[in-house]
Design a protein around this ligand. Structure first.
Ligand SMILES: Nc1nc2c(c(=O)[nH]1)N[C@H]1C(S)=C(S)[C@@H](COP(=O)(O)OP(=O)(O)OC[C@H]3O[C@@H](n4cnc5c(N)ncnc54)[C@H](O)[C@@H]3O)O[C@H]1N2
Ligand code: MOO
Length: 393
């Protein structure tokens, strides 16, 4: 089977699943999820003309005249009368503009003598100055959050001020994570010869946490076909992520065990470095992502495939990894047939690749802030050339 191009593998992974069921949840619960429909304003904001400053509501035509103070408008306690010629109303930020007034004289430019207000500075430059017009932010019915957009903190706030207490989102994505390998032991435990602390599980769970997933930690599974098959059969999740056992060695049993458990494998092996032996398929209702065991390969395939899949199931309109353009901080050699994701640091706007790019090296990954994307058969690149990068920290 030829190696699948990265973009094709990404499209095929997304095609393995569809957005989960829609539910209505309280605003705080909706954080980090995706709008399941256009969220429209249920009110106009501001609902009336408001003062943007502390001062005096006046008629601009009166500027320079002594103005009689006839009342006060505070946020939540509007003045009910009207401002006539030669009159003013004490007003505070966020308070409703009284009828008749068309601008606000800030208090730093006014001097009060009893109930007479004198201009002491330049005053508002024009009618409308220091006033927030009704509907400045949005009008009733406006789309505040388009369907498929991430519910960011700012979007939660606009939904709240737009009159919503709940939002339609897709169900939380349940992700089962299993590390495989007889050499692995839980982090922190004492090690016998040939053993290694398990590190992929905690990394993957933390990568997915900001997407609001529920993690089902299956721990460490041994390199034994029957044990793997039994564990895979029992999985109740939307996504099953495995790491390790994905390659061609005698102990690489993940694919046969998945198939024995009833999975269909859609593809295996991508024109990608690191991460070539990744497989994807379906097992019952779960999309299966079999990541390579090498820690950096697991990280890169999670960035390129697992996170986009989770975003897709969560209803994201654009689940693809967000790439940017940066200048290269140094020359890079020509690339081979696989898309290469070089661990790199972004410093002063330029990306510097680590000298050694081995897919086992976690310290290098931990120091990196971005991945430089090198397309298949890219020619040698020079210092200062533009390159696509993916931020990872
Ligand atoms: N003859 C070939 N050998 C290999 C090929 C190939 O095409 N032909 N591909 C290589 C590539 S590329 C990769 S990537 C690795 C991936 O292999 P596996 O997915 O089978 O991974 P393992 O052999 O299980 O482990 C690789 C490496 O990573 C360590 N590991 C595994 N899981 C964890 C974990 N959860 N936490 C920490 N470290 C882990 C494991 O001990 C190994 O050192 O295959 C190449 N071989
Ligand atoms: O592609 Mo493997 O992921 O080189 O290390």
């Amino acid at each position: 089977m030829p190696l699948l191009p990265v973009a094709e593998a990404q499209a095929r992974v997304l095609a393995l699943g569809t957005p989960l069921a829609i539910e209505h949840v309280a605003l705080a619960e909706a954080a980090h999820r995706y709008a399941a429909a256009d969220i429209r304003a249920r009110r106009t904001q501001p609902a009336s003309d408001l003062s943007a400053m502390d001062g005096y509501a006046i008629r601009h035509a009166d500027l320079g005249r002594p103005l009689r103070l006839i009342g006060e408008s505070a946020a939540g306690r509007p003045f009910t009368g009207a401002v006539g010629a030669g009159e003013s109303v004490r007003i505070f930020t966020g308070a409703t503009m009284p009828a008749g007034a068309d601008c606000v004289l800030v208090q730093e430019e006014a001097r009060a003598e009893g109930d007479i207000i004198h201009l002491s500075g330049e005053g508002p430059a024009h009618p409308g100055r220091n006033v927030r017009r009704r509907g400045l932010d949005f009008a009733d019915g406006d789309v505040l959050i388009p369907a498929g957009a991430a519910i960011t903190p700012a979007r939660l706030a606009v939904a709240a001020i737009g009159g919503h207490a709940t939002l339609p989102v897709h169900a939380r994505v349940r992700v089962a994570i299993a590390a495989t390998g007889d050499e692995l032991v839980p982090a922190g435990q004492s090690l016998d010869a040939g053993q290694l602390p398990e590190s992929n599980g905690v990394m993957l769970a933390a990568m997915l946490a900001p997407l609001g997933v529920d993690i089902l930690d299956l721990g460490i599974l041994p390199d034994r076909a029957d044990a793997l098959e039994a564990a895979f059969r029992a999985v109740d999740a939307d996504v099953l992520v495995t790491t390790g056992g994905a390659s061609v060695g005698d102990h690489d049993l993940v694919r046969p065990a998945l198939e024995a458990a009833g999975a269909t494998i859609d593809f295996w092996r991508i024109a990608l470095r690191p991460g070539k032996p990744m497989m994807a398929g379906r097992l019952g209702r779960a999309v299966v992502m079999g990541l390579p065991g090498n820690p950096v390969s697991a990280f890169v395939t999670a960035e390129l495939f697992v996170k986009p899949l989770v975003r897709h199931l969560a209803g994201a309109a654009d689940p693809s990894p967000p790439t940017l353009t940066a200048k290269l901080g140094e020359d890079l050699p020509a690339n081979g047939e696989r898309t290469d994701y070089l661990r790199a640091e972004l410093r002063d706007g330029a990306a510097f690749a680590s000298t050694i790019q081995d897919s086992s090296m976690l310290r290098t990954l931990a120091r990196s802030t971005c991945l430089i994307v090198r397309p298949p058969h890219a020619t040698a690149a020079r210092f200062g050339d533009s390159a696509e990068i993916l931020m990872i920290a």
